[in-house]
Ligand binder design. Sequence first.
Ligand SMILES: C[S@@+](CC[C@H](N)C(=O)[O-])C[C@H]1O[C@@H](n2cnc3c(N)ncnc32)[C@H](O)[C@@H]1O
Length: 417
Amino acid sequence: MTTRDAPDAALAAQYEAFPYPARDPREEAKRLIVGSPSHLREIDHWVFGARRPAATPLRALMAGGGSGDGTIMLAQQMTRLGRPGQVTWLDRSAAAKRVAMARAEARGLTNLAFEEGSLLDLPRSGLGPFDYIDCCGVLHHLPDPAEGLAALVSVLAPGGGMGIMVYAPHGRTGVYMLQDALRLLAPPDQSPQARVEIARRLWKQTPDTAWLKKNPWIDDHLKGGDAGLYDLLLNPRDVAFTIPQLAHLVAGAGLRIETLVEPLRYDPDSYLTDPKLRALTAGLDPVQRAALAEATCGNMGIHIAYLTRAEAPPPPRPWGDDAAVPVLREIDGPLLAKNLRADGVLTVTFDDLRVPVPLPRLAGTILAKVDGVRSWGEIMAMVAAGGASAEQAARDRIALSAAMERMNRLLLAAPAV
Ligand SMILES: C[S@@+](CC[C@H](N)C(=O)[O-])C[C@H]1O[C@@H](n2cnc3c(N)ncnc32)[C@H](O)[C@@H]1O
């Protein structure tokens, strides 16, 4: 196995001892874990702008796929929707591969390939090209994240894109202090099992003054088993990225941030209503606005971003196209419509940040008809048949789309052809 330096070798040993995240393949019979990045609906929308036909095979790479959460989700979603293509899992950990393969087998998935190796070797691997590359929770562990991202770009097909997740500093407040403490008590040359035991003993006696004890957004050490505890507090290398640092990393690889997930969280105007502050935020560029949101909220422990090649035109996301099919992500349209408040304000919560989102008057009427199959044209005709004026329906469709795309909840489906 390729490792670069002592922390990298220790990292490889960690994920052999504790494949991450801890998963039991028997659980596949009960639930599918879904999330970002790499939800098929998000890839269709954010990476391909809802213009890449569903019938075009998707070649996806899950770089540092671990025990398979993203891999299984994407392969299962493609299978359910009858979407052609293949999801290639790649990781250095043989132990993680066994778990991911067992999960795939439990589901009877046949659109997967498994490759054991380092993503840093991708340029010489003969693998690819890939239309979509997932790299979730991996770049920040590498000796050189920029080299890692460049290795991924080397196997990215023209017109392709990526979904990445990296740690963010403020929401992880307290983590790095405990990591410092544990480097003293359980140095990396000890066995992973011995280090876990010391970490558990220390956590029991850590005073309530410790920032991690006060941090409500981090719970891997409490709920993630030994793998979660180790990953959080004993990791040989993890570097958190602020938004400007992430933007620098992405630009250095010749990529562009298509969106941060969820866009609403990264827009300071979501919660700054003071007109004087609004006038100031209006003068900021998108990266500065996101940086302001990060620094103001203080609750972001990760950043999830969809990336495309900087030189390619931005994906279209044709909200105004009557042939486009809107799709709600993990939301039942009629149910949401039924439960909308009378004042039309939907309150969404992200790690305790509550954001009120005003929806237009016809939001409920429109949402009740969004089923992921009907086109906007069909939905608008139904709304008009119900008595609404066509102009009002068209205006409210645009306002609803803008509001709910920002939540990453209303997206556009891949066209059939
Ligand atoms: C925190 S886990 C993330 C797993 C998965 N992506 C997820 O989000 O659930 C990090 C993974 O990256 C893998 N990894 C670290 N360095 C790697 C490298 N150079 N090449 C391939 N995989 C690597 C580890 O083996 C581990 O499985």
